[in-house]
Design a binder for this molecule. Structure first.
Ligand SMILES: Cc1cc2nc3c(=O)[nH]c(=O)nc-3n(C[C@H](O)[C@H](O)[C@H](O)COP(=O)(O)OP(=O)(O)OC[C@H]3O[C@@H](n4cnc5c(N)ncnc54)[C@H](O)[C@@H]3O)c2cc1C
Length: 350
């Protein structure tokens, strides 16, 4: 499928050398529905055509699919003949799906809302394989430290720039004086806040530049003496870039995004992941909405946490939930460690 976003470079970092772009994709929201419906002997494409013929007997059946690109977004909409004219309504908004759902409902037909509900059900209940029917290929240019984390996602297919074969990319990730992050005290892996202005950031950026020049010079000297590229590169820093094709199915892209959009992920890969999510949204807006609702902004609770929640909340016979009288009592069960208790408190803090 050709998207208007294809080959458009997005720059997730302040360093403009970093980029991510969509190269190609196979499938969209309708591919997820199509795959799921085969479970109960239905074929989405055939259904669509049948529905269309019933609803609009005098219209020619469109080729391939009823879902089309318009205005830069994939519209999970339907090709509808209105006022005697067939046209594509372009928007990724769920309002539009609802609007057309009404039209289809009046004709007593399968509806886009049904499709949306099915996608949401599948995602919420871990029926993952239909999401593997969508494949998306990106090209990325990423600093090496970020790439080291990225490449841990084994379910993607990767083809990377070879610095054995070709000279290393001739640029480094540059840090602005205001962008030096401080070591987090609460999370040993993370960062928190920035070095105060006037507290050495300008000097760090200047020495960074000098260091990059030294590394570049060393590398070039080795190459000029005929040293093999595979050895000449060995002292290049993590701030150098690599470039790669990265292709993955939607199920595993969601796994990547869940881990790398999380606040615990390093800022740089988080910025890439946020950007990737925007691209993915343009291809599968309904699946992405479900991902946000059931994964990204959802929390899972352990058995111990559920025990605490049950104690804190009482369910009335009519199904309504009320707060129990818990004030002033120690809520932490002995089966939970202090760390688990802290994580639980963070989870439920609104
Ligand atoms: C915040 C953060 C901190 C991290 N810190 C560290 C660290 O300190 N050290 C470190 O080494 N790593 C670290 N990682 C990497 C992490 O442990 C994972 O390796 C990485 O996130 C890839 O995740 P994944 O295995 O789910 O993805 P993928 O490799 O894409 O795999 C997707 C899923 O496929 C299945 N799968 C894939 N391959 C196999 C296999 N060979 N066997 C069984 N199942 C498989 C698993 O179910 C897996 O969840 C960190 C990751 C994050 C997000």
């Amino acid at each position: 499928m050709t998207s208007p976003l294809t080959w458009k470079k997005f720059h997730p970092l302040t360093d403009q050398n970093a980029f991510i772009c969509l190269v190609d994709s196979m499938g969209d929201d309708s591919s997820i529905v199509q795959a799921a419906r085969v479970s109960y002997g239905k074929d989405k494409q055939a259904d669509d055509i049948e529905i269309f013929k019933q609803a609009f007997p005098n219209e020619p059946v469109p080729e391939n699919t009823f879902r089309n690109w318009e205005d830069g977004y994939l519209a999970t909409n339907w090709l509808l003949p209105i006022d005697g004219k067939t046209y594509y309504e372009g928007s990724s908004s769920t309002d539009n799906i609802r609007k057309y759902d009404k039209l289809w409902k009046e004709r007593n037909l399968e509806t886009p809302v049904k499709d949306r509900n099915l996608i949401r059900y599948l995602l919420n209940h871990g029926h993952t394989t239909p999401f593997e029917m969508v494949e998306i290929k990106f090209m990325v240019q990423v600093p090496m430290d970020c790439w080291r984390q990225w490449i841990r996602h084994r379910t993607a297919s990767v083809n990377e720039y070879s610095t054995r074969y070709t000279e290393a990319l001739d640029f480094f990730q540059v840090t602005d004086p205001k962008e030096w992050r401080l070591q987090a005290t609460s999370n040993k892996q993370g960062s928190s806040g920035y070095l105060e202005e006037g507290k050495g950031g300008a000097n760090l950026s200047a020495t960074e530049k000098a260091y990059h020049n030294t590394a570049k010079h060393l590398y070039q000297t080795r190459l000029d003496l005929g040293v093999a590229k595979e050895q000449a590169r060995k002292d290049l820093p993590l701030s150098t870039y690599t470039r790669a094709y990265w292709k993955c199915d939607l199920h595993n892209i969601f796994n990547f995004l869940r881990l790398r959009m999380d606040s615990h992920a390093q800022l740089e890969i988080r910025q890439f992941a946020n950007c990737m999510f925007e691209i993915v949204k343009s291809i599968c807006p309904v699946a992405c909405e479900a991902f946000e609702d059931y994964v990204l902004h959802a929390k899972k609770f352990s058995r111990m946490e559920m025990g605490v929640l049950r104690e804190l909340l009482s369910v009335l016979p009519d199904g309504s939930i009320v707060n129990s009288d818990y004030h002033g009592r120690e809520a932490k069960p002995s089966s939970m460690t202090d760390r688990e208790w802290k994580e639980f408190q963070e989870k439920v803090a609104l």
